[in-house]
Design a binder for this molecule. Structure first.
Ligand code: TXA
Ligand code: MG
Length: 318
């Protein structure tokens, strides 16, 4: 059930988490399915509820830097990135502390942990009152579109979790950027809410994984098909064809006016487009009269990199 994020309900959420239960949590990127990161059984429930393969590690969310030091080994570069982007949509993959308290299941047995401090007042308040890190993947069933409102979570998983805290629509709208700091040069594992340009302004050039290669070992969760609507998705479309509904970007210059079409950002702003992406995909996916969502080209700069990544995963049939 959806609960308003008032102090009493946050307290209730803490109690449920202490009992090893799983709850729906707002963050600035997408809603998370959160559980006590130190409790194996609670973490196991996340995988079960999400129907997610346990080879796919979870991001561990922290409320302060002291919690980071408790679970991973940091570095000067990690500290610089945290200072620049936390709280915010940047996940850092760091070496796990030997015999550290995070559930091994949460990290799929890897000797690294992806950590981030979310920039959402309710997530931070909950993390502070709970006092321990929270393991949380996006609160959607495996392979479906990530939720950006409490209602999305309710519709997908509401019958399986006791409580969803309502934090309003997510401001960023795409998942965090994942940066691996355990390699010689920092490696981008997933483009997301912090742009590569902004990261490089702090730490210099980073390495990008070639999306055409299979990186199952480094980032087990990076399945090619992901974020999938049930309709087909056709990318780089100038306009919609027969039976297609159009997801535009920038001023529309096509020759068809369909009131069902949507525009991610009429002004061509990638930040606005990211915030709208998953909501608009959901809305278009529900229009039964179309078989395909045709999507306008999106530039590969700033958050456009993350938008293109999610669109390509939605479009692939593998
Ligand atoms: O914005 C976000 O990151 C959201 C919100 C809820 O914080 N969370 C999210 O989690 O997107 P999820 O589980 O849907 O995606 C986590 C990704 C997976 O692709 C996983 O493979 C990768 O993070 N990941 C987690 N820990 C990792 C690690 N130690 N090494 C490499 N990749 C890791
Ligand atoms: Mg996800």
């Amino acid at each position: 059930m959806i609960y308003e994020a008032i102090p009493n309900n946050i307290k209730q959420a803490c109690e449920l988490l202490s009992q090893g239960q799983v709850i729906g949590l707002p963050t600035e990127t997408v809603y998370g399915l959160a559980a006590d990161a130190y409790n194996d059984r609670a973490v196991a429930s996340i995988f079960h509820i999400k129907r997610r393969p346990a080879i796919n590690p979870l991001i561990v969310h922290v409320g302060n830097v002291a919690q980071v030091d408790e679970i991973v080994q940091t570095s000067t570069m990690a500290a610089e990135l945290m200072a620049a982007f936390w709280p915010g949509p940047l996940t850092l993959v760091l070496p796990r502390k030997e015999n550290g308290p995070v559930s091994l299941l949460a990290t799929a047995g890897l000797d690294t942990i992806g950590v981030r401090m979310p920039n959402h007042p309710i997530a931070l308040e909950l993390l502070h009152s709970f006092g321990r890190p929270l393991a949380a993947p996006s609160a959607n069933l495996f392979m479906t579109i990530s939720p950006t409102t409490a209602l999305d979570v309710e519709q997908g998983l509401g019958d399986q979790i006791p409580l969803i805290l309502d934090g309003g629509p997510c401001q960023v709208g795409v998942e965090s950027t994942i940066l691996d700091l355990t390699t010689d040069k920092p490696t981008l594992l997933r483009p997301g809410g912090v742009s590569v340009e902004d990261i490089e302004a702090v730490v210099g050039p980073i390495h990008r994984l070639d999306p055409e290669k299979n990186h199952t070992i480094k980032a087990p969760g990076m399945f090619k098909r992901h974020y999938a609507p049930s309709k087909k998705v056709r990318l780089n479309a100038a306009d919609a064809l027969e039976g297609e509904v159009f997801l535009g970007f920038g001023p529309y210059s096509g020759n068809r006016m369909n009131p069902d079409d949507k525009n991610l950002s009429v002004t061509g702003d990638c930040v606005e487009a990211a915030a709208n992406l998953f909501q608009f995909m959901r809305q278009l996916d529900q229009k039964m009269q179309y078989h395909t969502i045709a999507v306008a080209p999106i530039p590969y700069t700033g958050l456009g990199l993350a938008i293109n990544d999610r669109l390509q995963r939605a479009a692939t049939s593998e």
